[in-house]
Design a protein around this ligand. Structure first.
Ligand code: F6R
Length: 243
């Protein structure tokens, strides 16, 4: 695992966007795994700026979703499909057909999860998977004690994660779904390159456990230690608990 410490979130966004651009120059139809939440926004902004400046052609890029709420229709403004359409697809000028994700409204959720793992495999696998990290060390929505070998499946959100995400639902926790579909940790580890960005002091403990702690299900992100090509990009605040 390589750890890169950058001065701030914007520098992390620029560094990772350039890594994505380099990948797309080598492999124009690369499959990019994307995350939602606040952390990756500087990455998406920096990548869109490169596209506008003509520094990279993303017209053949493909985008894969990491996780999705169960029960929110795709057109709901807070479904991750909608969020990623706004934050990634539209700024990059990509059409909906470039996008793949699990079906959070399927009547048979288990079958939808299996179908998504199969679709990722059939698409040739994720080339670069972006990850954020929860304050409890979660990646995707693999909360602490998720199996490190898990595949895409339905998970129940912890109360803390629902509280954290209520900010996207007018601060009303009642509106936050209880369940999500998330790529499993095993699914995430199948990607060829994992890039985790963590910014802010609130992530410092989780970053220390990820990088310096034992590989353990209590800190799902520690599974990155098992991956042959994992990059953890942290700003100085998020690096503050590293020895
Ligand atoms: C969402 C996801 C989550 C977030 C994590 C951090 O797709 O994968 O694991 O990355 O909850 O969220 P932020 O970036 O909002 O702190």
């Amino acid at each position: 695992m390589e750890v890169v410490i950058v001065p701030d979130a914007a520098a992390g966004g620029e560094l990772i966007a350039e890594a994505m651009a380099e990948l797309l120059r080598r492999k124009p139809d690369a499959l990019l795994g994307v995350a939602t939440g606040s952390t990756p926004l500087p990455i998406y902004e920096a990548l869109a700026a490169k596209v506008s400046a003509g520094a990279v052609d993303v017209s053949r890029a493909r985008i894969a979703q990491l996780d999705e709420y169960v029960g929110l229709p795709a057109e709901h403004p807070e479904s991750y499909r909608s969020v990623l359409r706004q934050q990634v697809l539209e700024p990059l000028g990509l059409e909906a057909k470039a996008f793949m994700g699990p079906d959070g409204t399927a009547s048979d959720v288990r079958a939808a999860c299996e179908a998504y793992d199969k679709a990722l495999e059939d698409a040739g696998g994720v080339d670069l998977q972006l990850l954020g990290i929860g304050t409890d060390g979660h990646i995707g929505f693999n909360e602490p004690c998720s199996s490190l070998a898990s595949r895409t499946r339905i998970k129940t959100l912890t109360e803390q994660t629902r509280i954290d995400n209520a900010r996207f639902f007018d601060g009303d926790i009642e509106q936050v779904p209880h369940h999500v579909i998330t790529q499993g940790i095993g699914t995430i580890l199948d990607a060829r390159h994992l890039v985790l960005l963590a910014t802010g002091e609130g992530k410092a403990e989780a970053v220390a456990a990820t990088v310096e702690g034992p590989v353990a299900a209590v800190c799902p992100a520690s599974a990155l230690q098992l991956h042959p090509h994992a990059t953890v990009v942290v700003d100085e605040a998020a690096a503050s608990e590293l020895k």
